[in-house]
Design a protein. Structure first.
Length: 308
């Protein structure tokens, strides 16, 4: 049965050195979810401007639903200046007071929420009261949905209070290694290892699962039952890492919500993220068959110690 997976958040333009690319973590996630055959719905808002019209054209080309993409007559379409370092790691300058800061809790969105199997949300969309309250209404309406929080910390776009409130609403937390160390400071955690920090978050906020990505060193997953798996990274020809974490999230959720084990979900998500990192931007189409073929190939893998 096809799963309905919704994401509430930003649709924006990543202004890369090579040009504009449509992005935003929720949009990248939903694009990838659709590519796996699930039904993805993006709840967002763009401006009534040239960039908004161009975004809609790209949305149509990517075969994403426009049903819950709102048009704002006053605020511009979101943009992000992206600078890549020598390793292809992006640094983001996120412009404030844009359309996705004012997402409305429309009847259509709330009605759809009641049928969602999973809801994905992040932190950036919560930087304004308007969109934060809309997200809360959507989560309350999605009574049977798995709640997936991709924390995606961006400088000057979050508070400790918003993070703590979000964690209390979360079933599965997606986080990277740098963000785990950041939460140690923000939330005054005691653990001194990545796995320990993940376990402490599970205990403190009653999470079901933490999915942690580690860049080129792969990813691990830890559940509230103590189930733990680590999958090493793939040595690839890196293009950029834009959208690779979102792809990992989508691969993980796709497998998990369709009945696969935590270990299989982790491995599929990790392979998906690696393949996306070998392409430019976050919305290059990669089929499930391509991912499976990639997994079957012999690769040099990059490991790390999670407990140290």
């Amino acid at each position: 049965m096809t799963k309905l997976i919704a994401a509430v958040g930003e649709l924006l333009w990543d202004l890369l050195p090579e040009g504009r690319v449509l992005g935003g973590a929720p949009a990248n996630f939903i694009f990838r979810i659709n590519s796996f055959g699930d039904l993805g719905q993006l709840i967002t808002r763009i401006g009534d401007d040239a960039l908004g019209e161009e975004a809609l054209e790209c949305v149509r080309e990517l075969d994403l639903s426009e049903q819950n993409i709102q048009i704002d007559p006053f605020s511009p379409t979101g943009t992000v200046q992206v600078q890549l370092n020598e390793q292809g790691i992006p640094d983001y300058t996120i412009h404030p007071d844009v359309a996705y800061d004012y997402i409305d809790p429309t009847f259509s969105a709330l009605a759809m929420a009641r049928h969602a199997d999973c809801v994905c949300f992040g932190t950036l969309v919560q930087r304004t009261k308007k969109s934060r309250e809309t997200l809360r209404q959507f989560l309350r309406a999605a009574t049977d949905a798995l709640r997936f929080y991709d924390i995606n910390l961006r400088k000057d776009c979050y508070t400790t209070e918003i993070i703590a409130e979000s964690l209390k609403l979360t079933h599965i937390l997606k986080i990277n290694d740098e963000e785990l160390w950041a939460l140690k400071e923000l939330l005054k955690l005691q653990a001194n290892s990545l796995k320990g920090l993940a376990g402490e978050l599970i205990e403190n906020f009653e999470l079901k699962t933490v999915l942690a990505t580690l860049g080129e060193k792969g990813a691990f997953v830890l559940s509230n039952t103590g189930e733990y798996h680590y999958d090493p990274g793939y040595r690839i020809q890196l293009a950029d890492t834009v959208g690779s974490g979102d792809a990992c999230s989508a691969g993980f959720i796709h497998r998990l919500i369709n009945g696969h084990s935590l270990e299989e979900a982790l491995q599929f998500g990790n392979a998906t993220g690696a393949l996306v990192a070998s392409t430019q931007g976050g919305t290059q189409f990669i089929s499930k068959e391509t991912i499976e073929a990639f997994r079957q190939e012999k690769h040099e893998r990059i490991s790390t110690q999670i407990n140290d």
